[in-house]
Design a protein around this ligand. Structure first.
Ligand SMILES: NC(=O)c1ccc[n+]([C@@H]2O[C@H](COP(=O)([O-])OP(=O)(O)OC[C@H]3O[C@@H](n4cnc5c(N)ncnc54)[C@H](O)[C@@H]3O)[C@@H](O)[C@H]2O)c1
Length: 300
């Protein structure tokens, strides 16, 4: 099938991004919101969304369950739910059962899976043994967000552990957890994993992965999605004798910046979803993976 018409429910912070990308990809787009949204082509009645080939659900998380079912009941057959999939694992399961029963194809906007910096790190470490991954996601709490930090932003990192290492997070220990700060330790295969989340960094913001393998040390900083960076330190050693460095070995692979295509994650995500609908391929992000991320965020 050709995807020609898209709907976006909820034009708050992230919804306008979906609306813009669908437009840039040449689709007809219609929005729906309980508030006036000047400048957008808005549906006057919810039923008008029934003609959409795909609908993005970008309302607050406590409404994902309700809108997933309402839009499915209208007959829409492809759904992109913003992350987190839903508020609880039980709600995720209700939605998954419902989509299956109604033959609806749905996926969840775990946008970091489409982050070019993280995909590059995955590619660079493919043939190396990952020994440690430290994810940091820090900043100020967005006023409009009601979800605790692990559900709002931790879901990305829980999911990234498996995306990058191929191993699911396990043996999780919670080192600290409240609504605004959390720190987890776990393992992915043999690798140590630390996830640090904080909304207490008032004047700055960070999203980074510090990873080392048996061969290299990587640092990916992707807080600026327009210009993410990756630094890598390769073979490096020195000997120390009589109070001085006497020999630096092979500095040719010393700290260097990696070049890669800095494409927009949201555009990558939506184009991939449309292509998979048109080609009848399974989505990159399964509902099981999206449910797992909610499970990690709400269980531990
Ligand atoms: N993928 C990401 O990186 C990312 C980024 C931001 C937000 N999100 C997710 O997207 C969702 C929305 O977040 P946001 O920051 O855009 O929220 P927001 O509060 O800025 O926007 C929500 C919009 O939904 C509308 N809305 C509220 N109740 C409604 C209802 N009953 N019916 C129709 N519209 C309604 C509001 O008027 C508002 O325009 C959340 O689940 C959030 O976690 C994901």
């Amino acid at each position: 099938m050709k995807v020609q018409k898209a709907g976006v429910i909820g034009l708050g912070n992230i919804g306008p991004g979906h609306y813009r990308v669908y437009k840039e990809l040449g689709l007809d787009v219609i929005g729906y919101d309980v508030e006036e949204k000047p400048g957008y082509n808005m549906a006057q009645k919810f039923d008008e969304l029934s003609e959409c080939d795909i609908v993005s659900i970008c309302v607050p998380t406590n409404l994902h369950l309700e809108y997933g079912i309402r839009i499915g009941d209208l007959g829409v057959k492809n759904i992109l739910m913003e992350k987190p999939y839903a508020k609880t694992v039980d709600e995720c399961k209700i939605l998954t059962e419902y989509f299956k029963k109604e033959n609806i194809r749905a996926t969840v906007g775990m946008i970091e899976r489409y982050n070019p910096a993280l995909n590059k790190v995955k590619e660079l470490t493919r043939d190396e043994k990952i020994l440690s991954m430290i994810f940091k996601r820090v900043g100020t709490k967005p006023g409009r967000i009601k979800d605790p930090i692990s559900l709002d932003i931790g879901v990305h990192d829980f999911d990234l552990v498996k995306m990058i290492s191929g191993n699911k997070l396990k043996d999780i220990r919670v080192l600290r957890k409240d609504d605004e700060e959390a720190m987890y330790y776990g393992k992915a295969g043999d690798a140590n994993v630390i996830i640090e989340l904080s909304w207490k960094a008032k004047d700055t913001k960070g999203r980074s992965l510090n990873l080392f393998t048996d061969k290299n040390v990587y640092y990916a900083d992707y807080v600026n999605f327009r210009d993410p960076k990756i630094l890598v330190r390769g073979k490096f050693d020195y000997t120390w004798e009589n109070g001085d460095f006497v020999e630096f070995q092979n500095l040719s692979e010393d700290l260097k910046e990696i070049e890669f295509d800095k494409t927009e994650p949201l555009k990558n995500e939506i184009s991939d979803i449309i292509q998979r609908i048109e080609e009848g391929e399974p989505f990159n992000i399964s509902l099981e993976d999206a449910t797992d991320a909610v499970r990690f965020a709400t269980t531990y």
